[in-house]
Ligand binder design. Structure first.
Ligand code: SAM
Length: 209
């Protein structure tokens, strides 16, 4: 990952969401992006030029645009029409962003549009976040990696965030994900955690969902 001093940045055309530029690089704001927060609070996964990424919960394309600055291609799934309009603009300016308007809980609907990927990144505030991630692991190549941004309050507002975090870790591990890192994203994002894992061997089946 590229840093200018302590500042996380990416190399690409600016002006996507009013981000600052520093020495010609785009500043990647951890308050605007949970992935940037992960790189600052934990380790995360190095994004490399040959990587293919499936990104669930693309929203306006803020984080998508930074990821696209690092990798070969980003398949960006979003189901809400308003952010999709902004995402389309990001895709117009970054030819390696493939916008897909679809519900991430129904991966079979976009399976024809997505190839096997190296990294599955998920940031959807839904009650069944672990189940959505596991369904989409069908797109991961063996040894592929998962980053799940968990919004604990969307899973169950009555449960303690730590309990939701542990339940989610248990669900992922019992489905064959080896968790390599798990961390809260405070002080940048409250009640949000990041879970990083590897799909060692597919117990999920090799066919697309
Ligand atoms: N990842 C974005 C970023 O860092 O720039 C922010 C994502 S925002 C917290 C969550 C997004 O997920 C929203 O735009 C929402 O519409 C989308 N979303 C929620 N559930 C979804 C689903 N089942 N399928 C597709 N998109 C979904």
């Amino acid at each position: 990952m590229i840093r200018v001093g302590d500042v996380l940045v990416s190399k690409g055309e600016g002006g996507v969401y009013g981000e600052r530029m520093l020495d010609g690089y785009r500043v990647w704001d951890p308050y605007r992006s949970k992935l940037a927060a992960l790189y600052l609070t934990g380790r995360g996964i190095d994004l490399t030029p040959g990587m293919k990424v499936l990104y669930l919960g693309a929203a306006n394309g803020t984080t998508v645009s930074h990821v696209a600055d690092y990798v070969e291609v980003v398949y960006a799934v979003e189901f809400a029409p308003r952010p999709m309009q902004d995402l389309l603009e990001v895709a117009r300016r970054r030819t390696n962003v493939m916008p897909i308007m679809a519900d991430a809980s129904c991966p079979e609907r976009y399976a024809p549009l997505v190839e096997t990927v190296d990294l599955l990144y998920q940031d959807v505030a839904q009650p069944d976040q672990a189940a959505i991630a596991l369904r989409n692991c069908a797109f991961l190549k063996p040894g592929g990696q998962l980053i799940l941004m968990l919004k604990t309050r969307s899973v169950d507002i009555r449960k303690e965030p730590a309990e939701v975090f542990q339940d989610t870790l248990d669900s992922l591990m019992s489905a064959g994900i080896t968790v390599t890192e798990s961390t809260w994203l405070a002080p940048y994002h409250q009640d949000h955690a990041a879970i990083v894992g590897t799909l060692e061997h597919s117990v999920l089946g090799t066919d697309h969902a």
